[in-house]
Design a binder for this molecule. Structure first.
Ligand SMILES: Nc1ncnc2c1ncn2[C@@H]1O[C@H](COP(=O)(O)OP(=O)(O)OP(=O)(O)O)[C@@H](O)[C@H]1O
Length: 234
C-alpha cells in the first residue's frame, strides 16, 4: 500500500530524516516509536506532502506520489490525523467532519458508519469543536480523516493529552479499522506514539527512530522481546 524508501529531509541546514524507509500494509498497524524530537512528526508530514523531502521516494498502491501535494495525496487515499488534532474550534462537529470531505465532490455526505465507530459524535453534531474534551476532539479528528474513506490512515500521537478511558476507546477503534476495514474496504494504519503500552498493544509492525535514523524494526513479537521499551520515553 504505502512504501517510502530512503527518505532524507532537512529543515534548512538541519538533517532531520536520514535514509528512512517505512511501509504500511492493508489490515496491519505499523507503529513509529521514538523520543521527543527524533523526527516522527517530520516523517509523517513528509508522507502527507506537508514538508518536502530532499531524497527518497514515496509510493501509494504502486503509484509514485513523492512530489504530490497534500490535496492530491488525500485524493489518492491518505487520511491524516495531525499532532494536536487541529480541530476548528469555532466550527461545529458536523462542519469539522465536512472538512474531511474536501477532496470529494461537493455534496458528498458524511458517511453514517463514522457514527458507529464514534457514537459520541452523533450526539454532538451541533456543538462547537472547541467545546469538546481533548478525547472527544481526538475522536473527531480521526472521524474527519476517515470521512473521505482513506486506504491509509496516518495518526500523529493519538494519545497525547487524553484521559485513559478514551485512550482505550481510540485503541479499540484503530484495531477495528485494521481488522474489519472501513465500509467494506481494507485500511492500512501508520501511527506514531510515545506511549509504549498503547503502541505495544496495537503494533503489528514497529520501527524506532533515533536522531532521524531507524535503529530498530520488526513485528509485534520482536517488539515485546527486543527491549524496545527502553528505547522510547514512556
Ligand atoms: N519547522 C521546523 N523548522 C525547523 N526545525 C524543526 C521544524 N519542525 C521540527 N523541527 C526540528 O526537527 C526535529 C524533529 O522534530 P519532529 O517534530 O519531527 O520530532 P518528533 O519525533 O515528532 O517529536 P515530538 O514527539 O516532540 O513531536 C526536532 O529537532 C525539531 O526541533
Amino acid at each position: 500500500m504505502l512504501a517510502a524508501r530512503g527518505i532524507h529531509q532537512y529543515y534548512g541546514g538541519s538533517h532531520i530524516l536520514r535514509d528512512v524507509s517505512v511501509s504500511a500494509t492493508p489490515g496491519r498497524i505499523t507503529v513509529l516509536l521514538g523520543r521527543n524530537g527524533v523526527g516522527k512528526t517530520s516523517l509523517l508530514k513528509s508522507l502527507m506532502g506537508l514538508v518536502p523531502i530532499r531524497a527518497g521516494t514515496v509510493s501509494l498502491a504502486g503509484k509514485d506520489i513523492s512530489h504530490a501535494t497534500p490535496y492530491q495525496r488525500a485524493r489518492a487515499g491518505i487520511g491524516y490525523v495531525p499532532q494536536g488534532r487541529e480541530i476548528f474550534a469555532r466550527l461545529t462537529v458536523e462542519e469539522n467532519l465536512r472538512m474531511g470531505l474536501a477532496s470529494k465532490p461537493g455534496g458528498t455526505p458524511v458517511p453514517e458508519h463514522l457514527y458507529a465507530l464514534f457514537p459520541v459524535l452523533k450526539q454532538m453534531l451541533k456543538r462547537r469543536g472547541g467545546d469538546l474534551s481533548g478525547g472527544q476532539q481526538q475522536q473527531l479528528a480521526i472521524a474527519r480523516a476517515l470521512a473521505a474513506s482513506p486506504r491509509l490512515l496516518i495518526l500523529d500521537e493519538p494519545t497525547e493529552g487524553i484521559q485513559p478511558s478514551i485512550i482505550k476507546d481510540i485503541g479499540r477503534v484503530i484495531r477495528r479499522l485494521a481488522d474489519e476495514g472501513l465500509d467494506g474496504h481494507p485500511v492500512a494504519i501508520l501511527l506514531c506514539e510515545q506511549y509504549y503500552d498503547f503502541a505495544a498493544e496495537l503494533a503489528d509492525e514497529f520501527l524506532v527512530l533515533e536522531r532521524g535514523s531507524v535503529i530498530a524494526r520488526g513485528d509485534n513479537a520482536a517488539m515485546q522481546t527486543a527491549e524496545i521499551r527502553g528505547l522510547v520515553a514512556i
